[in-house]
Design a protein around this ligand. Structure first.
Ligand code: E4P
Length: 222
């Protein structure tokens, strides 16, 4: 399973990259705003900065337009920034048409704001490279977000769609583990959820014991 980090924060992207497990980055307009990145030139430069940190990883950059011409214009501009840019397009009618257009032109896409299996099926039919089902936001409204990942996995496997399931809106480490069990192709998560996978109290206790025993035996040998 691929690990993406879900942030526009350069420091956190660097930190995840240094762990040696990072396969890509997802951003969205809210994440860009959170970092105070605004204005077309700054936004485009920020995407290039992100691409330069992750070198070989895909970086999702989201369009703002909601009409077909606007989505195409913005998407082509984003895609021309760097070979690793994946154009993130919302699951709306004009977005679906744009995904078909981009797919025919060889521009890679991530269809975002997926909340149902039917939406994921349409995105795959249109040629999306990735679909982003939002696990946490479904959980937030008392619906099982992970069940959606299972449904999409089944449908894509039934028909051999090669659209990758990019589980998004991940809130905690168990979401990541559960997505891996189900067979999501990618999980995009905040740094805190990724690093939380590292932790186990028995690891900490075990290491303290090993180091204490080593210290003792070294002192005895003196
Ligand atoms: C990623 O592609 C999504 O934009 C993101 O995971 C949404 O996460 P949120 O529900 O925490 O905002």
């Amino acid at each position: 399973m691929k690990f993406f980090i879900d942030t526009a924060n350069l420091q956190q992207i660097r930190e995840a990259h240094e762990l040696g497990i990072l396969d890509g980055v997802t951003t969205n307009p809210s994440l860009m705003a959170k970092e105070g990145i605004s204005g077309k030139d700054r936004v485009l430069k920020h995407y290039v900065d992100i691409c330069e940190i992750v070198d070989n990883g895909d970086v999702s950059a989201e369009v703002i337009a909601t009409d077909l011409d606007g989505i195409i214009r913005e998407g082509e501009e984003l895609a021309s920034l760097h070979p690793n840019i994946v154009v993130k397009v919302p699951m709306i009618k004009e977005g679906l048409k744009a995904i078909r257009y981009f797919s025919d032109k060889g521009i890679r896409t991530n269809c975002t704001l997926i909340f149902s299996a039917g939406q994921a099926l349409l995105a795959a039919k249109a040629g999306a490279g990735y679909v982003s089902p939002f696990v946490g936001r479904l959980d937030d409204v008392s619906t099982d977000g992970l069940q959606l990942i299972e449904q999409i996995r089944l449908i894509y496997d039934n028909y051999g769609y090669d659209t990758e399931i990019l589980a998004a809106s991940i809130r905690h480490p168990m979401h990541i583990v559960n997505c891996a069990e189900i067979g999501a192709d990618v999980v995009t998560a905040p740094l805190s959820a990724i690093t939380a996978l590292l932790n186990h109290p028995l690891t900490d206790n075990g290491l303290s014991q090993f180091l204490a025993d080593h210290r003792k035996s070294t002192e005895l040998a003196k």
